[in-house]
Write a protein that binds this ligand. Structure first.
Ligand code: PEP
Length: 257
């Protein structure tokens, strides 16, 4: 089994327009270069708003910047009368490799349930995109049903009809830790990430479980990333707020265990 390359993914949410995106990506690239960051040790992903994707793609390509590009959402449909939606086919044409699906902000503000998440996972795979499937419980749900039940059920639903050889990423993002500064402990992250790897093993087999990256997300910063990366079932981080600050995000990418 090839070791899982750590993945540090920056979810910009609705921040940075396309001009700010250029400055940010260039600065991040040069900050990592100046620090002597060893490329390839960690995969770096940036997930800008839709309107930035074309610009960021051009920049990554022109300057040979080794960041993967991802989108924050996609439509369940390929094309047609769906005003305001963005097709996975369009994202793939822009060289987006990843797409976030089921982020708690989509689940909460856009009422996306497990059925929509599962349909979006299918749409992503159909267009050759790698879904980053987000799962996680609220504080209330944690108190009611324990730490793993909600995430396990959400992942089981998302993986329905996914083939065993599919390429995807899972992100455990406890809702109570997102944007709150109330970070999960490494042990809490490990417990749920291990349970999620168990779901992958049961659903798609041991090979899929061994090669699939499971990330932690929720108030990750330079000061706490290493503690998560020491956990055996945490293969990286999905980073929100701290991915918008060049020096902070560069330090997260350059974590030392
Ligand atoms: C996120 O929204 O995916 C996230 C993890 O946000 P933050 O890092 O700001 O908590």
């Amino acid at each position: 089994v090839t070791p899982r390359t750590p993945f540090i993914a920056g979810n910009w949410k609705m921040n940075l327009d396309h001009l700010q995106a250029v400055a940010f990506v260039q600065k991040l690239h040069w900050t990592l270069k100046d620090a002597g960051h060893e490329q390839g040790r960690v995969e770096v992903g940036v997930f800008p708003p839709f309107t930035d994707l074309r610009t960021v793609q051009t920049l990554l390509d022109a300057d040979k910047i080794p960041f993967a590009l991802g989108a924050q959402d996609l439509s369940t449909h390929d094309s047609g009368a769906y005003t305001g939606e963005v097709s996975g086919a369009f994202l793939a044409k822009l060289d987006a490799r990843y797409v976030i699906i089921g982020h708690s902000e989509r689940r909460e503000y856009h009422a996306e349930g497990d059925d929509v998440v599962a349909a979006k996972v299918q749409a992503a795979l159909k267009h050759g995109l790698v879904p980053v499937i987000c799962v996680g419980e609220t504080l209330e749900q944690r108190e009611e049903s324990g730490p793993t039940a909600v995430s396990v059920a959400q992942l089981q639903a998302a993986l329905a009809n996914v083939p065993a050889d599919a390429d995807f990423v899972v992100a455990y993002e406890p809702v109570w830790a997102i944007g709150t500064g109330q970070v999960a402990s490494p042990e809490q992250a490990q417990e749920v990430c291990a349970a999620l790897r168990g779901v992958i093993a049961q659903t798609l087999g041991e090979d899929a479980a061994a090669r699939t990256r499971v990330l932690y997300g929720g108030s990750v910063k330079a000061a706490n990333i290493a503690s998560f990366m020491r956990e055996p079932d945490v293969d990286g981080a999905l980073v929100g707020g701290a991915s918008l600050v060049v020096d902070e995000f560069a330090s997260i990418i350059r974590y030392q265990k």
